[in-house]
Design a protein around this ligand. Structure first.
Ligand code: HEC
Length: 166
């Protein structure tokens, strides 16, 4: 093989590998594993255990909101901060990597965003101790719950549409 030919071949292989890496990065970071839901929303195609993981996190949100509103009504800002911290970024770090790879970028942006909102709420509740400000931040965070539910639902991997087994 002539040196120029070998160089071209090596460049072609490098270009091909870069393409494969870019395609994988796009799939795992941007696209995720998504299909068309029955009600027009995008359906995350997840295994039953992954669906259970997400739904558990959602119910933890509701429990956290209950604690937060109870503390807010008493103007107990340490209680507000504790409830908010429970819904903060520490919560999202428990998500398995295989699940995160299936989540599209829009979902991750809203999901991590809502956790960061609660981090900020916890910090401000401690620093400022202002219930009105906390309530304002809470309503901003809740917008992300609403927005995400409008866009996404959870489906099953292809061939196993949820609720249509057998
Ligand atoms: C990043 C997207 C996203 C965000 C943000 C989000 N959710 Fe969800 N939530 C979902 C998806 C997807 C489902 C499943 C819906 C479906 O399959 O129809 C869900 C389901 C739920 C459920 C049903 C749980 C069950 O066991 O069936 C509750 C309750 C819920 N979310 C509450 C919340 C609350 C409260 C917030 C905000 C604090 C929130 N969610 C933020 C995506 C999100």
């Amino acid at each position: 093989m002539r040196p120029e030919t070998r160089n071209r071949l090596q460049l072609a292989i490098i270009a091909l590998l870069l393409l494969v890496i870019a395609a994988m990065a796009w799939k795992f970071i941007v696209a995720g594993s998504v299909g068309q839901g029955e009600d027009g929303r995008q359906a995350l195609l997840l295994e039953p255990a992954e669906r259970a993981f997400i739904l558990q996190e959602m119910r933890d949100f509701v429990a956290g909101l209950q604690q937060m509103t109870e503390a807010l009504a008493r103007e107990d800002m340490a209680g507000v901060a504790a409830a908010a911290r429970g819904m903060g970024s520490a919560m999202s770090h428990q998500a398995p990597a295989a699940l995160v790879a299936k989540l599209p970028l829009g979902f991750k942006t809203l999901g991590f965003g809502v956790h960061r909102d609660f981090d900020a709420l916890a910090a401000d509740a401690e620093d400022l101790g202002d219930p009105g400000h906390a309530l304002e931040q809470l309503s901003q965070a809740l917008r992300k719950c609403v927005a995400c539910h409008e866009i996404y639902q959870i489906g099953a991997p292809s061939g196993r549409q949820s609720g249509r087994e057998g």
